[in-house]
Write a protein that binds this ligand. Structure first.
Ligand SMILES: NC(=O)C1=CN([C@@H]2O[C@H](COP(=O)(O)OP(=O)(O)OC[C@H]3O[C@@H](n4cnc5c(N)ncnc54)[C@H](OP(=O)(O)O)[C@@H]3O)[C@@H](O)[C@H]2O)C=CC1
Ligand SMILES: Nc1nc(=O)c2c([nH]1)NC[C@@H]1CN(c3ccc(C(=O)N[C@@H](CCC(=O)O)C(=O)O)cc3)C=[N+]21
Length: 298
């Protein structure tokens, strides 16, 4: 069997197109322009690439983009102060503080300072709790993107066996919550899971969010499984003499067994940014007391 390759890049482009249409309607009918503020502390090269892409795609969707680049040694109090000003700014509908933050800054404290209604990452405990209890939440972008790809391919997820590998607050746990909300039967595997291969082999849906290059190999998979590879790992490529990106799944061997698989790059990554724009639109609509656009929320 050769897996269908799930084109996250193309899906994300369509999603951004839908967001742009809704933004145009908001502007025309209500005179509102959604605004997204992105805060980057320090000069992590990977983060700089993401922030640049976010900025460009925010503008392309017709939204306002406010970039705040602070030096690595910025005191925590100064960052909290900036978050407070963004909370109070009516032109800002979404706030994202790029993670990881430098060691002297307590990320939990910073996330807690963001107005939950502007928390387009969905990391604030209020949004975590709303998602877990089935209330209207802002849902973390990466799991939301994964869910959209799964629904597009499989239709209903009800009753399906899903295994999420990884239990981080930003990917694994919210992914499991979303699958559960769609009535999948959800297992979360992690570094203490015994016989992880046997656990993964049960799954019709595998979400790999581990951060270990090519850990999941084809022999772990149930034939025909849908595999969503969240991993973004930069590795040395001696043949090309430079670095390249690989996922948490060994693409070649997995594609020989899976029914469908997302590539890295070009899979989940572009969906994350498209969902960030979708969340910003959702936050803007809710702030204005308007219904959120259908198909752009979970
Ligand atoms: N495409 C995108 O948009 C995004 C991609 N990513 C990528 O996704 C990956 C995961 O990110 P993130 O969730 O933040 O990572 P974390 O490091 O926060 O979490 C990794 C999880 O994997 C588990 N784990 C580690 N080693 C093993 C193992 N050998 N077997 C089973 N489980 C293991 C850990 O278990 P334990 O809890 O027991 O330690 C942990 O729960 C990374 O590659 C990251 O770059 C992240 C965000 C967005
Ligand atoms: N507050 C916060 N929110 C985040 O959502 C967040 C974060 N911090 N910190 C870092 C991670 C990682 N992340 C990615 C976004 C896009 C791609 C992406 O577009 N990837 C491209 C490749 C990009 C490249 O070539 O480097 C792809 O997979 O095709 C990847 C990873 C968001 N994150």
């Amino acid at each position: 069997m050769t897996a269908e390759i799930i084109d996250g890049k193309a899906f994300a482009a369509r999603l951004r197109g839908e967001v742009a249409e809704q933004v145009a309607v908001l502007k025309r009918d209500h005179g509102i322009t959604p605004g997204l503020a992105v805060v980057l502390v320090g000069e992590d090269p990977a983060s700089q690439v993401y922030v640049r892409n976010k900025h460009k795609q925010t503008l392309e969707a017709g939204m306002e983009s406010f970039e705040h680049r602070l030096p690595a040694e910025t005191p925590e109090a100064e960052l909290l102060d900036l978050v407070g000003r963004l909370n109070a700014d009516p032109a800002v509908h979404g706030i994202l503080v790029q993670l990881p933050l430098p060691d002297h800054i307590d990320a939990e404290k910073v996330i807690a300072a963001i107005d939950p209604d502007k928390d387009v990452d969905g990391f604030h405990v209020s949004n975590v709790g709303r998602l877990a209890t089935g209330q209207a939440a802002l849902v973390p972008c990466t799991p939301l993107g994964c869910l959209m790809l799964l629904r597009d391919r499989l239709g209903s997820l009800s009753g399906r066996e899903a295994v999420v590998i990884g239990r981080s607050n930003i990917v694994g746990k919210p992914m499991a919550q979303l699958l559960l909300r769609d009535s999948a039967t959800v297992t979360i595997a992690h570094s203490r899971t015994r016989d992880i291969e046997a656990v993964v082999r049960r799954a019709e849906i595998v979400i790999a969010a581990v951060g270990r290059p090519r850990m999941v190999t084809g022999d772990w998979l149930r034939p025909g499984a849908t595999v969503i590879d969240v991993g973004i790992n930069r590795i040395e490529d001696p043949e090309a003499g430079k670095t390249r990106l690989v996922g948490d799944c060994d693409f070649e061997s997995c594609a020989a067994v899976a029914g469908a698989i997302t590539p890295v790059p070009g899979g989940v990554g572009p969906m994350t940014i498209a969902c960030l724009l979708a969340n910003t639109l959702t936050a803007t609509c809710r702030a204005a007391g308007l219904p959120a656009a259908e198909g752009l929320t979970a």
